[in-house]
Design a protein around this ligand. Structure first.
Ligand code: ADP
Ligand code: MG
Length: 637
């Protein structure tokens, strides 16, 4: 054993997370924009130096081609599918400007346009980077221990039940449980927690997290494809492919708007001409109009803030499943919380085993009966009962014909007897009643610790929604009251079945509120789906809850929920800010052009400037600050 756990001389994986960020010049858009800018500046210099037009004109032409060929092709392709691309309007405007002798102005438009396109591509790439950065964390190989010794195998080929050797400083290859050894793990890549967490036998470890100074023997518990890190990556990738309702709305009107711009441009050209204006003047004004009226900034207003917020949350151990979900989370104005596994740690312990005297069973016999029936269940109470039986060295008989009734309990055939374990009334914690062939044979009492940050999280949710959250639990009124008191909750509904939780949520919503439901269990899934926004808690949460929720908190902290609501609200504020900014610029520049005289270069600068500003504004949420401010202080038991 000690030989296995001796630190390896050289860790086989790099000790720090590989952070790959797309370089600006790796993007073709950026290279073309740079070429266009260089040609333009050189042309301008020669123009000012008084060289013949053929020389600088040629350079301007190069700027047109470098900056414009790609969007022009894109636009033409779109046109063949009978859609009008706003980018095409820009190209037409630039060519129009050139046609009336404003070659310099047209080139300037192309150059700024290409630059803003490159910035946009950079923004998208950086968002994708933060997802790919996560993938890079999972090590390519792992050291598997077999009867013959150690072997190095691709991490993707690990199977449940394999035993791994994780050396000091190595990245852990799979989700699993520590069998031997003590170390600390840096789990920041998954949970965002900046402090290393101590790992001892029995503790959970995650693929992609960094082992500290000790060596560990780890049993693989999850298939590599289902590891938490793999699920994070899939979810964030899927999320970036969805579109927020605001964005869908904008895209629907964008088409008609673009056609409107073209029609209005023709009018702006034709009307002054009819009243005797000069051809060049009328053309120039129309070109300027077409540029400043184009909705480039509006199109960029929505997705960057929402996607940046999703990427930000993902890096901090909170998976938001779509842009829609990100938008909805910020809309909630009331909260409902589940108790077991949500306000409490979900790791209860059996504190009393009480057989009924008349049955002749002793405590061990009662416990082993209950544990055998509970063995197949994923419920936290079930795990606690099985763990208690194991701790006493009891051997469990196999259970057959197992059924779980969410929110009530379980039933199974154990040694020829029909055994059920389920809801009971009693004091001192959560009480479950054990029946054998229909006859009550005793009770087990379980107590679960309140999450350390439950009072803080409840207070934060109260501050955010203006009212204390409602507690919805399947447990008895007695157990619920203790938790409610400790967290400052006053509205408690106990003894609820899964469908009762849904009814409670629906009632709130019918009263005109938008409910945020936070839960973890199978019995919470219907309520998660019914709520305006649903957040599932914990990597320990049941798969069904994770599937149904809009967001999943992987870092094991309840305060991440109010932090997420705050982040979503900030994203929504940025969207609004962007839309207002875009609207003000478009309206202002259009009016200036129609009523006064807006010089073409100024129109170009104003239009493209506002587009770039909106794009960059949205990316502000990529930075980490959202989780540092507010009440979320990473704490560890
Ligand atoms: P909560 O809503 O607080 O998360 P659940 O709805 O999961 O709680 O459970 C409600 C009650 O149903 C529990 O307090 C327990 O009495 C009973 N129960 C549910 N599942 C089980 C189980 N596997 N074994 C025993 N009792 C259970
Ligand atoms: Mg629960």
């Amino acid at each position: 054993m000690s030989a296995i756990l001796a630190p390896a001389p050289a860790p086989s994986a790099p000790p720090s997370a590989p952070r790959r960020r797309t370089r600006v010049l790796a993007l073709p858009e950026a290279r073309w924009a740079l070429a266009a800018t260089a040609a333009f500046l050189l042309g301008l210099a020669l123009d000012l130096a008084g060289l013949p037009p053929a020389v600088y004109g040629g350079l301007y032409a190069v700027a047109y081609v470098c900056g414009g060929w790609e969007p022009a092709l894109e636009g033409l392709r779109a046109l063949r599918e009978k859609t009008l691309d706003v980018d095409l309007l820009m190209i037409v405007a630039a060519l129009g400007a050139a046609a009336i002798g404003q070659v310099l102005d047209g080139a300037l438009l192309i150059v700024i346009f290409a630059t803003s396109g490159a910035l946009e591509a950079l923004a998208t790439a950086r968002t994708a980077d933060s997802v790919r950065g996560l993938l890079d964390l999972a090590p390519a190989t792992a050291t598997r221990l077999t009867a013959h010794g150690e072997e190095s195998v691709p991490a993707a080929e690990l199977a449940v039940g394999d035993v791994l050797l994780v050396r000091p400083g190595e990245r852990i290859g799979a989700d699993g449980t520590v069998l031997d050894g003590t170390s600390e793990a840096d789990q920041a890549s998954i949970t965002g927690e900046p402090l290393p967490v101590v790992k001892r036998p029995g503790d959970e470890v995650f693929a992609g997290t960094l082992n500290g100074t000790g060596a560990l023997r780890v049993r693989v518990d999850r298939d590599p494809a289902d590891s938490v890190i793999a699920r994070i990556v899939t979810l964030v990738e899927e999320a970036s492919r969805t579109k927020a309702p605001t964005q869908l709305f904008i895209e629907r009107i964008e088409q008609r708007y673009a056609v409107g711009v073209v029609a209005a441009t023709l009018a702006v050209f034709a009307v002054p001409l009819a009243f005797g204006a000069g051809l060049t003047d009328a053309l120039l004004r129309a070109m300027t109009f077409m540029i400043v009226a184009s909705p480039c900034a509006v199109v960029l207003a929505t997705m960057p803030p929402l996607l940046s917020a999703i990427a930000n949350a993902g890096r901090h151990g909170v998976l938001v499943k779509s842009a829609v979900a990100m938008e909805r989370l910020g809309e909630v104005d009331s909260a409902a919380l589940d108790k077991t596994g949500t306000l409490t740690e979900g790791a209860p312990e059996v504190t009393a085993v009480t057989p009924l005297p008349a049955t002749g069973l002793d405590a061990d016999a009662l416990l082993v009966l209950a544990a055998a029936a509970e063995h197949p269940s994923e419920h936290p109470l079930a795990r606690a009962i099985v763990a208690a039986a194991r701790a006493r060295g009891l051997r469990l008989a196999p259970a057959e014909d197992f059924t779980a009734i969410p929110g009530r309990g379980v039933e199974a055939l154990v040694g020829g007897h029909r055994v059920s374990v389920g809801r009971g009334e009693g004091e001192g914690g959560t009480v479950v009643r054990v029946r054998r062939d229909g006859e009550a044979v005793g009770t087990l009492t379980l107590t679960d610790r309140l999450r350390a940050d439950a009072p803080q999280a409840t207070a934060a949710l109260t501050a955010l929604t203006g009212a204390a959250p409602v507690l919805l639990t399947g447990d008895s009124a007695h157990a619920a009251a203790r938790v409610a008191e400790a967290t400052g909750i006053t509205d408690v509904r106990a003894g609820l079945l899964p469908e009762d939780k849904v009814t409670a949520v629906r009632q709130e919503q019918q009263a005109g509120r938008r409910v945020l439901f936070v839960g973890d269990g199978v019995n919470d899934a219907p309520a998660l789906a019914a709520a305006h926004a649903g957040v599932a808690l914990g990597h320990a949460g049941s798969d069904l809850a994770l599937e149904t929720a809009d967001a999943v908190v992987v870092r094991d902290e309840l305060t991440a929920v109010p932090a997420l609501v705050r982040l979503s609200r900030r994203a929504r504020r940025l969207v609004t800010q962007n839309l207002v900014l875009a609207g003000v610029f478009i309206t202002g520049l259009v009016l200036w052009d129609l009523l006064g005289h807006l010089p073409l270069p100024l129109g170009v600068a104003g239009h493209e400037g506002s587009t770039v500003l909106v794009g960059l504004n949205g990316l502000r949420l990529l930075r980490e600050s959202a989780w540092r401010t507010g009440e979320v202080q990473p704490t560890r038991r």
